[in-house]
Design a protein around this ligand. Structure first.
Ligand code: ZN
Length: 194
């Protein structure tokens, strides 16, 4: 298997890499790896290339490609790489010093290692959860991941982020997708209120 998440595939026996500086390990003898400059040569050598274009109008091929297009979604990364969620270190990370386990304080999150105060540090932690563990998170799972034992506060934090949800009370799950992750990642998020 190729240990790179951003490779793309031409067919079952060939993969390409968007950037030449990417590092990879190829353990598959039947898989040919290509760097960007090698891709045009590879495509020209495909024997079936001319047959396909002669039997199908180019516009039809373009429409088929367009309708079949799916945005590449590598998440959740833990299951993709065989990592158990229990192996991941929970807690809100301090952007200043990297300490994992900021404490919820009245005006946000406080770092007990460097003293940094961050109003929105939980946003990145929730994004991390979606990317690492899965697109669904309950209040209980969020409390565990943020190391914050306060049902109401976690409910408020998740609500402020306007993450779509389904279910009520204990059965409620907040559900993300690539778009939600992107918006959370790009947003500064609301301030934490006690
Ligand atoms: Zn810190």
């Amino acid at each position: 298997m190729v240990s790179c998440t951003s490779a793309f595939h031409f067919h079952s026996s060939c993969s390409g890499f968007p950037r030449p500086q990417q590092q990879f390990v190829n353990h598959r003898k039947d898989l040919q790896l290509l760097f960007p400059f090698e891709i045009p040569i590879f495509l020209r050598r495909l024997h079936s290339f001319h047959n396909v274009t002669s039997s199908l109008p180019l516009k039809k091929i373009a429409n088929m490609l367009h309708s079949a297009h799916r945005e590449y979604d590598p998440f959740p990364l833990a299951s993709r790489y065989g990592i158990q969620p229990s192996e991941l270190i929970s807690g809100v990370c301090c952007v200043q010093c990297g300490f994992q386990g900021m404490t919820s304080i009245y005006n946000g999150w406080g770092c007990q290692q460097c003293g940094h105060v961050d109003e929105i540090a939980h946003v990145q932690a929730i994004v991390d959860y979606f990317m690492l563990i899965g697109y669904r998170i309950s209040n209980k799972e969020c409390r565990h991941f943020l190391r914050l034992d306060n049902i109401q506060k976690v409910k408020r934090l998740l609500g402020q982020l306007r993450i779509p949800f389904e279910g009520e009370k204990r059965g409620r799950f907040y559900i993300a997708n690539l778009k939600v992750i992107r918006e959370l990642h790009d947003s500064k998020g609301p301030k934490v209120t006690k």
